[in-house]
Design a protein around this ligand. Structure first.
Ligand code: GLU
Length: 498
């Protein structure tokens, strides 16, 4: 396949939904696989809902994910502008030609009038009834006399719209279910049903991969594509369509950001998910590399991508699985890369101050491998390092962990730990381990969980921490002993009855 041209046309009305990101990914992978072009177009004609912040966010998020575009905002290209708000003259010109060619007409009917006319005929179908296609001079002047201003409607063909969807096979829409639709409002402002296919046509888009919620739009857009070609406004064959299966959230509902916050890309990014993890996971929502292989890199996806492997079945968005895959991707990072990505999260958590000093950086670099093994996200990794990086007077013990582990029975354990650690000649993981094992497991005869639990909670503030002996080494002798003593003091004096 040569000269593949695909597009991603987000509306900048909020932050990206992961379902849209999946569409972007599939189009991008398709373009990269075929050596084609990936076009980014901003559908911002709805001035009331579009925002500059959302537009900036879309560009930033796509760049962060590594979904680079060949044509579009900030990159340019032969079909600009790639912002629909800057193409209003194009739409005006196209609508004038559509009217001239008999493909569009002014329409005055209100919804109520369509409904009333249908009711009179005993017709139960919903929507506009194509009444204004042929208005008599008298009807026209009556409408005008009332001061009505018309919308512009596209004249749909009288035959069914039939097309081969690349995922779903033959699709057929009968004319009674697809009435003539509105291209632009009475004030002339163009609407999505006009701008989206017009731009696809003018920008030479060859394949449209998008969510199957847009199937009914395709039934309207194909005849418009044909009209544009018959008028000579566009050249080349009609685009191919591939409708991607629905992404489900809770229950059988379409995934929503309201019910599932992780459906927002901005949210998962802030939660410390990696582009690698997000893209791998989103690829699984309706596509497979082959067999039951679930882990792959973006380049492996590009190399293997084909529309034939897109499924028709709805896919469920599973945050746990996203986290599991992200954890694997996190562990695959080079240690230095992991640290580089972790630093902003440590700063955001208030554990480091920017600019990060060399001393802090060394400490993070030494501790990072301990958490890289254990965390699913960068936020989780940052949290696991809190005990080490926190300003000492802000160190706190998780009250739930304290209630569970720092019971009176912990007093002798902490006493023995302090006594064993205090005299250590060198403060290394091995020495710490030998000292604590000797004092707690051998001498006190405690099971490891009971021996180390109080030490862990006292020194790290939590029952969940990186490996204990390594953690204590990094924490240093003074801070370790001070925390163990403080926790011990909190338990009160031992009265000899315990
Ligand atoms: N602007 C539309 C949206 O974000 C584009 C849909 C399409 O891919 O045609 O839903």
């Amino acid at each position: 396949m040569t000269d593949v041209r695909v597009r991603f046309p987000p509306s900048p009305t909020g932050d990206l939904h992961v379902g849209n990101v999946r569409s972007a990914l599939f189009n991008w992978a398709f373009a990269r696989h075929h050596g084609g072009a990936f076009v980014l177009r901003i559908e911002d004609t709805d001035a009331a809902r579009s925002t500059e912040a959302s537009y900036r966010g879309v560009l930033d998020q796509l760049r962060w994910l590594g979904l680079d575009w060949d044509e579009g905002p900030e990159v340019g290209g032969p079909h600009g502008s790639y912002l629909q708000s800057e193409r209003l003259d194009v739409y005006a010109e196209v609508t004038a030609k559509l009217v001239e060619g008999g493909h569009a007409y002014p329409s005055y009917s209100t919804d109520e009038e369509s409904r009333a006319r249908r009711a009179e005929r005993g017709d139960k179908t919903q929507g506009y009834d194509n009444f204004d296609r042929e208005l008599t001079a008298a009807q026209l002047s009556a409408y005008r006399a009332e001061g009505r201003t018309p919308v512009l409607r596209f004249r749909m063909p009288d035959e069914p719209v039939v097309f081969q969807d690349l995922v779903r096979g033959e699709m057929r829409f009968d004319p009674e279910h697809v009435p003539d639709f509105v291209l632009s409002r009475a004030d002339g402002s163009p609407l999505y049903p006009l701008t989206n296919p017009v731009d696809d046509a003018l920008m030479g888009i060859t394949h449209v991969l998008r969510g199957d919620d847009l199937l009914p739009s395709t039934a309207r857009q194909l005849p418009l594509h044909a009209a544009l070609r018959s008028l000579g406004l566009a050249t080349g064959p009609l685009p191919h369509f591939a409708h991607l299966p629905m992404v489900l959230g809770e229950g059988k509902q379409r995934l929503s950001k309201r019910k599932t916050p992780e459906a927002s890309l901005a949210r998962v990014r802030a939660d410390g998910y990696l582009p690698e993890g997000i893209l791998n996971y989103l690829a699984l929502l309706g596509w497979s590399l082959g067999g039951d292989r679930e882990l792959f890199t973006v380049s492996e996806m590009v190399a293997a991508f084909s529309v034939e492997k897109i499924s028709r079945n709805p896919a469920r968005f599973d945050v746990k699985k996203l986290a599991a895959i992200n954890g694997i991707k996190l562990r695959e990072l080079e240690p230095g890369d992991f640290v580089r990505r972790l630093l902003p999260f440590l700063v955001r958590a208030g554990l480091l101050t920017s600019p990060v000093s060399d001393e802090q950086l060394d400490l993070v670099a030494a501790a990072a491998p301990l958490v890289q093994e254990r965390a699913a996200t960068l936020v989780e990794a940052a949290g696991l390092l809190g005990f080490l990086l926190v300003v000492e007077h802000h160190f706190e013990i998780d009250p739930a962990a304290a209630a569970k582990v720092l019971t009176p029975a912990a007093a002798p354990v902490l006493d023995a730990a302090v006594a064993a650690l205090e005299p250590l000649a060198s403060w290394t993981t091995a020495e710490i381990q030998t000292a604590l094992e000797g004092a707690l497991v051998e001498t006190l005869g405690l099971k490891p969980r009971l021996a180390y639990g109080p030490v862990r909670v006292a020194a790290t503030g939590s029952q969940v921490s990186p490996p204990l002996f390594e953690s204590l080494e990094l924490l240093g002798r003074d801070r370790t002993l001070a925390r163990l003593r403080a926790a011990r003091t909190g338990l009160g004096p031992q009265d000899g009855m315990g």
